[in-house]
Design a protein around this ligand. Structure first.
Ligand code: NFE
Length: 499
């Protein structure tokens, strides 16, 4: 049996190695390996709980806002703190801006090169050009329809890239344009968040940014521009990739057990609801069914633990371990989290804008629902969700009341236990916290990429990405491009996964 190993997996965040075994031109076994330990949970012990949104944001520079939201919610839940309406809306707007920046980066800067013939258009070897010069130069070359000489896009894995040069040029141009749009989304998060990538205004009890008309209008102008790019460029590019790579609507299918915690709080519950979707059946979320296993992870082994009882005790020499990522399970099951899971659950729950947009997407691509469970399905639902959330952000912006408070009362409670469940761009994110006399006694995070990139469980059942890799067809002499496409469709962040 041939082994194909990708180490490190590039164009992702963090340190990931993927091992595969190939037989008869199919992947028959796969191992997802988180290659680093960090230890945020250990360093939180003994700290003031109000410091935790500041500290946990540093888990990641890509999704810091979701860590801030989860952490604020965990502290608020443990100490009985209520937040005002304005704070709820501002958190939605900061988080929504972070989703836009994250999803655009994932498609254009991290994944699109899996679907673009970079060699043909980029043979340029000049190393001293700044990105801005490169952009001007690329635009001129695109306009004059010359074959481009260049890099930072090479080398990459060899494979079946499209010969359609119009697509290759256009996608590259959008790669560059998206950098400015992403910057705008980052700025929007900073307007309400104080700064980015790690916000300064989010704390347990609310958001400290002062609401002013110019702040709101500054945000609105950028949002309108971004919405145009999402709907007229990003979404059409993903649809075009789906048309060029039809086979990837059947490749990378996961175990179809979808989990979401719910996100973007509105008055009557989250805009995108939580739940478990298994065998097409939707069930309400029961957080007590969540437990982390460490059978194949480099942590001292014990029985599966709910995060309130969770511990993080590294053991680098452990037999049978192959990853620094723990293995979260829901009622013992590995679950896929992320935009696909969120939209499937919202779709089955009858969330009107989601139902309508998913139905349109399926019709545009001539897909059945089952095609969503694929490499292209993950890209398509991520792009669609970006559009749906950006549209909803206008409503949240209109609901702000400038004269009302943005921070609530902080009670004098000093002990308690609570959870902060939300959704990061990459999926279900939970922080669990126990406070004793104003000090953190235990803090555990279960992060989206921990779910998706988890190693095998107690019975040897593969983690979600491992399961999605098994069965993937590979070309003779493959360097691993097919596996990389499956892996990147989950948008890995291993810095988060091993926190
Ligand atoms: Ni580091 Fe994150 C998101 C969180 S990780 S990017 O989105 O939480 O899976």
């Amino acid at each position: 049996m041939a082994k194909v190993i990708i180490d490190p997996v590039t164009r992702i965040e963090g340190h990931l190695r993927i091992d595969t075994e190939v037989s008869n031109q199919r992947i028959v076994n796969a191992w997802s390996k988180g290659e680093m330990f960090r230890g945020f949970e250990a360093l939180l012990k003994g700290r003031d709980p109000f410091d935790s949104p500041v500290i946990t944001q540093r888990i990641c520079g890509v999704c810091p806002v979701s860590h801030a939201v989860a952490s604020c919610k965990a502290v608020e839940n443990s100490l009985g703190i209520a937040i005002p309406e304005n704070a709820r809306l501002m958190r939605n707007l900061i988080l929504g801006s972070n989703y836009i920046a994250s999803h655009l980066t994932h498609f254009y800067q991290l994944s699109a090169l899996d679907f673009i013939q970079a060699e043909a258009i980029l043979k340029y070897r000049g190393s001293n050009r700044s990105l801005r010069n490169l952009r001007t130069w690329v635009e001129q070359e695109v306009a004059s329809k010359k074959i481009l000489p260049a890099a930072p896009f090479l080398p990459h894995l060899k494979g079946d890239y499209p010969k359609d040069q119009a697509w290759n040029f256009r996608a590259l141009q959008h790669y560059l344009e998206s950098l400015d749009i992403r910057k705008d989304a980052h700025t929007m998060a900073a307007l309400f968040g104080g700064k980015m990538p790690h916000t300064a205004s989010m704390l347990a009890g609310g958001v400290t940014t002062r609401l002013t008309p110019d702040l709101v209008e500054n945000f609105r102008v950028r949002l309108l521009r971004i919405r145009q790019f999402i709907d007229e460029t990003y979404l059409p590019d993903v649809l075009q990739a789906a048309k060029l790579f039809k086979n990837y609507a059947d490749i990378g299918s996961g175990n179809a057990i979808y989990l979401a915690y719910g996100v973007f709080d509105e008055k009557d519950g989250p805009f995108l609801p939580g739940g478990l979707l298994q065998d097409g059946q939707q069930r309400p979320l029961e957080p007590k069914k969540i437990a982390e296993q460490t059978f194949h992870s480099y942590y001292r082994e014990g029985s599966p633990r709910h995060p309130y009882q969770g511990e993080t005790l590294p053991d680098a020499e452990k037999d049978n371990a192959y990853s620094w990522i723990k293995a979260p399970r829901y009622a013992g099951m590995p679950c896929e989290v992320g935009p696909l899971a969120r939209l499937m659950i919202a779709y089955k729950s009858g969330v009107a804008p989601v139902r309508k947009r998913v139905a349109t997407l399926l019709a545009q691509l001539g897909w059945q629902e089952r095609h969503l469970n694929s490499v292209l399905g993950r890209h398509a639902t991520r792009a669609l969700e970006t559009s749906i959330i950006a549209e909803r952000m206008e409503l949240w912006l209109d609901q702000l009341t400038l004269a009302n408070p943005t921070v609530g009362e902080i009670p004098s409670t000093t002990s308690g236990q609570g959870a902060g469940l939300t959704e990061a761009p990459r999926g279900a994110l939970g922080h669990w916290l126990t406070v004793e006399q104003n000090k953190i006694d235990n803090y555990q995070c279960i992060v989206p990429s921990t779910w998706n990139f988890s190693p095998a469980g107690q019975e040897g059942e593969p983690g979600p990405v491992e399961a999605a890799l098994i069965g993937t067809p590979v070309a003779t002499g493959s360097q691993g491009l097919e596996a990389a496409r499956v892996v990147r469709s989950f948008d890995p962040c291993i810095a988060c996964a091993i926190h």
